[in-house]
Each structure stands twice: as structure tokens, then as C-alpha cells.
Design a protein around this ligand. Structure first.
Ligand code: NDP
Length: 243
């Protein structure tokens, strides 16, 4: 997967920058679920490994949820495990948090934007972005609406958002018509256009109305990698603390 190659290269680069040892296991498209489960099992048992991530998407014959949930919870630095998503839902916030929404929260706070009491709309309900994003905003006392492909009156719902998170995976879908004046718009999407340029889920004309808009490229993408590094450091620290 060409996009995955870029993401993996960026993650290796970030590991090198912060001084983490990283190993990449490249499997063939035709690899079986058993092969991948066996590799994860070995990495789970390997004391020298603090964090494991499986770069998605996986080939269609492999059950992604089964693979993700095979990772030891304490080594799930992507924060994708059902267990780790569950602790977000219960508000415990004591295990790895999914990197992309975690990065969005870090961005908000870095810019002095407190979600408390704000109307927040998250477009997208995936397990890796939309759901954990909504739960994190809720934990930060925002009033959260989750929208998805079956949502009716999406534009009107978005027009009520003080914080709008676009994670629908639809290039430039969120135009200025979706945006309340001076809203904060977080663009999670990343797409390559026919002309080779990258774009997000948000149209550039959103800038005319929003008070802040994350750029694509830049913005949420680098934050995702930064939080992956943080989750890994925390996993190593937690292991050392317990031993
Ligand atoms: P998914 O395809 O898994 O989920 C997309 C979600 O958006 C679904 O819940 C879907 O609804 C909803 N949706 C799709 N079309 C519409 C629409 N027209 N109106 C409203 N809702 C819609 O994507 P991901 O969550 O994995 O990723 C979302 C985007 O973020 C992608 O562009 C991806 O590349 C990007 N991404 C970026 C990262 C980064 O580091 N910057 C990291 C991860 C993802 P339904 O559930 O009903 O199908």
C-alpha cells in the first residue's frame, strides 16, 4: 500500500529522531492470518520490545480486529485495542490513547483551546479516529455530536459546531457552508489529488469562516506520529515501573 509505505517511513524516521530502537517486519500480501498472529505473539513475548503497531489497512483475507486485539494491551502503542478504547469510554484514560485523536487534543491545548462546554461535532465514527475523538472531547467536557454517512442534515449540524473535526475520509467535503463563524476546524483527512497534491477533508475556502484550521499536509499527521512516540515512551516507562 503506497500510503502505508510513506507512513511507515515517517514512523521509522521519528523513532530514529527520538532515539528509539525500531524494527520493521514486512509481510507479503499473501501472508496468512496465522503468520501474522504468530509474529505478534513473538513480539508480545519479546522483552526488548515495548510497543507494537500493525500498519493498516491489511489485505482483505485478514481480520483486522482479530489481529489488532492479538497485541498485548501494554504494547498497543496505537491505542486501537478494544480494551484501550474501552477505558476511554469509561473515562479511565489510563492506557494508550489512539494517536490521531490524542494528537488532536494535544493540538487544541497547545493553542489554548479548551473544549469544555463547547459544541463539538466529529464527522466519522471509525474505531481509530471518530469514536476515540468523540470520547476524548467528551472527557474534556465538550458537548459532542458524532456524525456519519447516515447522518441527516449534516451541514446544519456542523454549522452549530464550535469545534468541528472532519474525519470522513472524503476529499474537501467540508466547505465553508458547514462552518460556524470563528469555529475551530480540525482536518484529519489526508488524500492525494489527481494532480499529485495532498488535501484533507476540508476545502480551503473553510479558512474564510473558521478562526483556526489545521493544514494538510502538516497539522494532524505529524501530531499522530508524535503521540505514537509518546505512547511508546509511556509503555516503556510503565514496564520499567512494574519490574
Ligand atoms: P474510515 O473510512 O474508517 O471512516 C470514515 C467515517 O466517515 C465513517 O464513520 C463514515 O461513516 C464517515 N463518512 C464517510 N463519508 C461520509 C459523509 N459523506 N458524511 C458523513 N460521514 C461520512 O476512515 P478513518 O476514520 O480511518 O479515517 C478518516 C480520514 O482520516 C481518512 O481520510 C484517513 O486517511 C485519515 N486519517 C489520517 C490520519 C492522520 O494521521 N492524519 C490517521 C488516520 C486516518 P459510516 O460509519 O456510516 O460508514
Amino acid at each position: 500500500n503506497p500510503a502505508s509505505k510513506v507512513y511507515v517511513a515517517n514512523k521509522i524516521k521519528a523513532c530514529n529522531t527520538v532515539g528509539f530502537h525500531s524494527m520493521t517486519h514486512k509481510l507479503e500480501d499473501s501472508s496468512s492470518e496465522e503468520e501474522l498472529l504468530s509474529l505478534i505473539d513473538n513480539l508480545n513475548k519479546d522483552e526488548s520490545i515495548d510497543g507494537i503497531l500493525v500498519q493498516l489497512p491489511l489485505p482483505k483475507h485478514i481480520n483486522e480486529l482479530k489481529i489488532i486485539n492479538a497485541i498485548a494491551p501494554e504494547k498497543d502503542v496505537d491505542g486501537f485495542l478494544a480494551h484501550n478504547l474501552g477505558t476511554l469510554a469509561t473515562g479511565e484514560l489510563n492506557s494508550a490513547i489512539a494517536c490521531t485523536p490524542f494528537g488532536v487534543m494535544a493540538l487544541l491545548y497547545a493553542y489554548g483551546i479548551d473544549p469544555s462546554g463547547k459544541n463539538s461535532v466529529v464527522i466519522g465514527r471509525s474505531n481509530i479516529v471518530g469514536k476515540p475523538m468523540s470520547l476524548l472531547l467528551l472527557s474534556a467536557d465538550a458537548t459532542v455530536t458524532m456524525a456519519h454517512s447516515k447522518t441527516q442534515n449534516l451541514i446544519q449540524i456542523c454549522q452549530n459546531a464550535d469545534i468541528l473535526v472532519a474525519a470522513a475520509g472524503q476529499p474537501e467535503m467540508v466547505t465553508k457552508d458547514f462552518i460556524k463563524k470563528d469555529a475551530i476546524v480540525i482536518d484529519v483527512g489526508i488524500h492525494r489529488k489527481e494532480n499529485g497534491k495532498l488535501c484533507g477533508d476540508t476545502h480551503q475556502n473553510a479558512k474564510e469562516i473558521a478562526s483556526a484550521l489545521t493544514p494538510v499536509p502538516g497539522g494532524v499527521g505529524p501530531m499522530t506520529i508524535a503521540m505514537l512516540m509518546l505512547n511508546t515512551a509511556l509503555a516503556a516507562w510503565n514496564k520499567d515501573r512494574k519490574s
